[in-house]
Design a protein around this ligand. Sequence first.
Ligand SMILES: Cc1ncc(COP(=O)(O)O)c(C=O)c1O
Length: 344
Amino acid sequence: MMRDLPRVHLVHGPTPLVKRKALDALLGVDLVIKRDDATSGAESGNKVRKLEFLLGDAVGRGATTVLTCGGLQSNHARATAIACAELGLRCVLFLRVADERANDPHAVTPAEALPRVGNVLLDRLVGAEIRYISRSLYADRNAVMEQAAAALRLDGERPYIVPEGGSNGLGSFGYVDAMREVRQQLDAGLGGGPAKFDVVVHACGSGGTAAGVALGAADAGVAREIMPVAVCDSAAYFEAAIARITAEARRLAPELGDPAPLAVDESARGPGYGIMGEAQRKTLVQIARISGVILDPVYTGKAFVGLANAIERGAIARGSRVLFLHTGGLPGLLAQGDAFEHDL
Ligand SMILES: Cc1ncc(COP(=O)(O)O)c(C=O)c1O
């Protein structure tokens, strides 16, 4: 059933599976990196895999405007904005800011209030409409988007809401599909050959990637278990969110069996969403220098630290065969250069 769903083509795949000897030596595992930071051009990262299904659904329903939400420097918002420009759709982004005065979901944020760096620069380049919303309004983000969609409908638009992170059952199919792609690569002798991975490790910010990876890894026989690394909330919060999305995906595609077992790592959340601790920043710099793999401070850098922590405490045994999913996020790093002032 999943195969019959409407879909737009956004991913330049298959994305490579690569080895870096220096990282094997550093971690003491057999590490393969799935370069989903290379799923596309400026819209690259994990989000375009989900958007193939979500925007396929939007186009199939005749949508004219897509609404979505995220943090100010959201990779998901940026990928959605660029893909919408590609497809000729209007895009409205609700971006979370600390300013509690941002309490009108219908107010377009004036240009002079918007930065020209990182993801927001790209959002603006492709002409997305940005509406800042406060943290308290963001807590009700689905209601905010529904309200805005109702107003757009009155203007003759056909709105389509993509949930935070593109994380629902439909979006998660992007990663069911990515795991099938990995299986084909392994069968073709890439990534060390056909043997399953012991574990797949990746950043977890809203749970959709984890749900798709867990379903797809079991379905395609890619890995024994999954370790999503929480970048903000607790393991319990994410395990509940992932279970919800997984159940929704299975309702849409009953042919999918049980997901691979999963335990969220919460050891690498750092000081808060989007912020790395000093040791985490140093790790990000070290990895770049010894391997040329560029991680980002919000997602992939924390996922890598979570992987290193899990090996250190024995949750992942030395010598394990590990697939690290690089989910992108480069514009988030480029928006935070000053945070690295003392690390470079
Ligand atoms: C670069 C990057 N990696 C990982 C994630 C986490 O994926 P998910 O939201 O599906 O948990 C996100 C988005 O939240 C992201 O932008």
